[in-house]
Design a protein around this ligand. Structure first.
Ligand code: SF4
Ligand code: SF4
Length: 370
């Protein structure tokens, strides 16, 4: 007798194969979109610039209209992000709407609001993937996304979730105990989840590369999450060594970031470009952005866009249109720092008035097409 978990996994696999086939056959549709149903979060991680503590949820009909337009554009996978998307009172209905429209559906959450009944509701709504980022073992003044707090939530997921779960840990500047990432990764594997690791660069350092201990732990973690890692090792390895990557970013085309105001942006770190209403976004926009060079690509740490770009790497085409911001006057690292792709470390964060970049949004390696 096939249980609901196995059935869901097969169903997911069939749709992932369709995702790949459609993506290889044509470049004029988006593959993955992140959408923000609510900016509010129940936590306040010090490094995060992706949340507030007051925003109202976006109305159901407006969100459905946005999803419908994405479907019309030919989207394959939709990821709900935030803030904390579980704070949206009608999230289940949004997931169900997206799933019934034929999309693969993901959710990025801090996990705090998960209880068995909520997980079962997400199963029923048709959720395909969930990602939880865990920053440390013990809560500290930077982040309370800690294994100590979240382990019981992970056990609930193991018992009740029919969807795939990925646990992301982080390593690099500002993380006090790099060994924590290894404990988190091992725990994820022990519970039968996939695991990924994201690299935080030290914005104050010249090179931004990982130190020796971090490099060792990074390699061990990389081996833990081998299946997920294999296709994207080039990006991660270069970033770990502080080297730029040579790739074609397809943000605004194959990847879309839809903010709570319903505007299309390249990604969470380049909000403002193209910065136009999703409802007026057309296939022509997608084709234009496919061919637009992104000057910030060299040191980009936005893993989900790296991952999406892999689908088109074999095409050997050149991006002939210039970056709308024309950032080429700046050297690669300066662009990355200006755009906060390279976050400030924890010491400088305390000095800074404005919080630096969230890693949660950066490491959204959610839609696995393995
Ligand atoms: S990183 Fe995630 S959990 Fe932390 S404040 Fe930002 S949105 Fe909330
Ligand atoms: S930051 Fe990265 S994902 Fe965003 S537009 Fe630049 S290269 Fe693309």
């Amino acid at each position: 007798m096939i249980n609901s978990k196995t059935r869901a996994a097969w169903h997911r696999k069939v749709r992932e194969l369709k995702f790949i086939a459609k993506g290889l056959a044509s470049t004029s549709h988006p593959l993955v979109a992140h959408i923000i149903p609510i900016r509010k979060c129940n936590l306040s991680c010090v490094y995060c610039n992706e949340y507030d503590n007051y925003s109202k949820p976006i109305a159901l009909d407006i969100m459905k209209q946005r999803i419908d337009h994405l479907v019309k554009l030919g989207l394959s996978a939709l990821v709900f992000s935030g803030g904390e998307p579980l704070l949206h009172p009608e999230l289940d209905e949004l997931i169900s709407h997206a799933s019934k429209s034929g999309l693969l559906v993901g959710l990025i959450t801090n996990g705090y609001l998960l209880v068995p009944e909520r997980i079962k509701r997400l199963n029923k709504a048709g959720l395909d993937y969930m990602q939880i980022s865990i920053d440390n073992i013990q809560p500290d003044e930077i982040s309370v996304k800690s294994l100590k707090v979240l382990d019981k939530k992970l056990q609930m997921l193991k018992e009740h979730a029919d969807f795939a779960v990925n646990i992301n840990s982080v390593i690099g500047g500002g993380i006090r105990n790099p060994e924590d990432a290894l404990v988190i990764g091992n725990r994820a594997v022990e519970l039968g989840f996939s695991t990924t690791v994201g690299i935080i660069h030290d914005g104050n350092g010249q090179s931004g590369k990982l130190n020796d201990i971090e490099q060792t732990i990074f390699k061990q973690l990389r081996d833990l999450g081998k299946t997920n890692y294999a296709r994207f090792n080039r990006f991660q390895d270069n970033l770990a060594e502080g080297k730029p990557n040579d790739w074609r970013c397809r943000a605004g085309s194959r990847y879309l970031y839809i903010c709570e105001d319903g505007l299309v942006h390249y990604c969470s770190q380049r909000r403002g470009y193209p910065g136009v209403s999703l409802l007026s976004y057309t296939t022509q926009d997608i084709i234009r952005e496919f061919n637009t060079k992104k000057d910030c690509a060299d040191y980009c740490t936005v893993a989900c866009v790296h991952k999406v770009a892999v689908m088109d790497n074999w095409r050997f085409d050149k991006q002939t249109l210039p970056d709308p911001e024309n950032l080429t006057l700046l050297p690669g690292r300066a662009i990355a720092e200006e755009l906060k792709l390279i976050p400030l470390n924890s010491k400088s964060k305390k000095l800074a008035q404005k919080p630096a970049v969230t890693q949660e949004a950066e490491q959204e390696e959610l839609v696995s097409v393995s």
